[in-house]
Design a protein around this ligand. Structure first.
Ligand SMILES: NC(=O)c1ccc[n+]([C@@H]2O[C@H](COP(=O)([O-])OP(=O)(O)OC[C@H]3O[C@@H](n4cnc5c(N)ncnc54)[C@H](OP(=O)(O)O)[C@@H]3O)[C@@H](O)[C@H]2O)c1
Length: 314
């Protein structure tokens, strides 16, 4: 009988095969590439940024160019694809609906069709902003009801993915924070910088999320890739307002003189309307084995590594 034991990383890679991550130069994509390396042979698509991890085979590609994508997929022949590329700023999408539709909806639909043709697992990264924030917590069965163009585009893309490839998976992500590599950004680093430099920080008391680290989120997405199809919610364990998140972060990074200012969403003008509370229920992900860390624990472990480098002179 053949000896089926796996005794090297290369053998594990051969078993899992090639994983292609779009948006590999972005915040979540970079974390996905980092988490997948080892078991997977990781390929990434990036548009402009040079945010590359050692060992990841990065290709510069504009996902709105269908022919280019098709040729790249034919060359790489991935065994699975996670589509994390997007125009991810809700304000930009609100002001530029046509420009953002190409990458957020059309490119997503095209990738779903290509992966259906190749018969490979396909994960589309969506968002908690497909909900209007009035009836939290949201489970996978709740109907979508976006209040901004970005949320509408995500909801339209989700429908297109499921129509074109019913075996695909849609991961709806909560707000994420964490390390972002060299060219991408998470909202947390500028927040810490403002805290340490005594700048006034306006934080909403009436906007709730279920945040988690992108490193933890990446583990959840990879778990979903191997075990699920359909819709999967991935978020943190705790529902928290932006203001309370700021207070927790201030305590963890040790910036007692940070100038946090409690305000309401209505008091600050922004291009895109913001839902009040898009807390996600993550019961399904946890049943699959997803283990979110505590918010304090995740922020503390981040503080031990990257955040320390943001100290003045650090
Ligand atoms: N961050 C969050 O808290 C959060 C929460 C919920 C859902 N999400 C979703 O998670 C996914 C990743 O978000 P993120 O925060 O990582 O965003 P991000 O940092 O802004 O990264 C976006 C990525 O998409 C790529 N991209 C944009 N347009 C492209 C195009 N036309 N062709 C090829 N690549 C293109 C960018 O490439 P270049 O930078 O190289 O141009 C970048 O790698 C998105 O789908 C977002 O909607 C994020």
């Amino acid at each position: 009988m053949a000896d089926c034991r796996v005794n090297s990383i290369e053998q594990v890679r051969l078993l899992m095969g090639k994983l292609l991550v779009t948006g590999a130069s972005g915040f979540l994509g970079w974390n996905l590439c980092r988490a997948a390396q080892g078991p997977w042979d990781v390929y990434g698509f990036a548009r402009r940024n040079q945010n590359q991890l050692q060992g990841v085979k990065l290709r510069r590609t504009d996902l709105t160019r269908f022919k280019e994508i098709k040729e790249n997929l034919q060359e790489i022949r991935p065994d699975a694809l996670i589509h994390a590329a997007a125009e991810s700023s809700a304000n930009f999408c609100q002001l530029n609906p046509a420009a953002s539709h190409g990458i957020n909806v059309e490119a997503t639909a095209n990738l779903a069709s290509l992966c259906a043709d190749l018969r490979i697992p396909f994960v589309f990264i969506s968002s908690d902003l497909v909900f209007n924030g009035l009836k939290p917590p949201y489970s996978e069965n709740d109907p979508v009801c976006p209040v901004c163009i970005y949320g509408e585009q995500k909801a339209e893309a989700e429908r297109a993915v499921m129509e074109r490839y019913p075996q695909a998976m849609v991961c709806r992500m909560a707000l994420m924070f964490g390390d972002a590599g060299q060219g991408a950004a998470s909202f947390i680093q500028p927040l810490i910088d403002d805290m340490r430099n005594g700048r006034q920080i306006n934080l909403f008391v009436d906007e709730y999320r279920t945040p988690l680290s992108a490193a933890n989120a990446a583990q959840g997405i990879l778990l979903g890739l191997s075990k699920a199809k359909g819709i999967l919610h991935i978020g943190g364990l705790e529902r928290i307002s932006r203001f309370d998140f700021g207070k927790l972060l201030r305590d963890i990074v040790g910036a007692p003189s940070a100038r946090l200012y409690a305000c309401s969403r209505q008091s600050i003008e922004m291009a895109a309307p913001r839902p009040a509370d898009v807390s996600l229920s993550i019961t399904r992900a946890m049943a699959l084995g997803f283990k979110p860390g505590s918010l304090r624990g995740e922020l503390e472990s981040l503080a031990c590594t990257k955040i320390e480098k943001l100290r003045p002179g650090g």
